[in-house]
Unconditional design. Structure first.
Length: 96
């Protein structure tokens, strides 16, 4: 299975499918061309989005301000941009 990560002028972008209210925060595999991410936070008041940003920042060893939700803030399917990293670095960090 493969997911798509694109290099952009600012960094890397990839699709993310979020599963809120999971038992733990973890990469849960690949769904189509998106990375599936389980997050313990509920999808209320932006808590799940905040948890997504924090989890990805820690995983990719970048600051939280480097992680941006480009689109999909109110849904499960999101487009994520990570400033300052390459697509290859994202693939290695996610290890999928």
């Amino acid at each position: 299975m493969a997911f798509t990560v694109r290099d952009t002028a600012q960094g890397a972008q990839f699709a993310l499918r979020v599963q809120p209210r999971a038992s733990r925060n973890a990469i849960a595999g690949v769904m189509g061309d998106a990375v599936k991410l389980a997050i313990t936070a509920p999808p209320v008041d932006g808590k799940a989005n905040q948890a997504v940003v924090e989890f990805l920042a820690e995983l990719l060893k970048v600051s939280k301000s480097s992680v941006t939700i480009v689109s999909g803030e109110t849904g499960r399917n999101k487009l994520i941009a990570i400033r300052g990293v390459t697509a290859e670095q994202v693939r290695k960090a996610l290890a999928l």
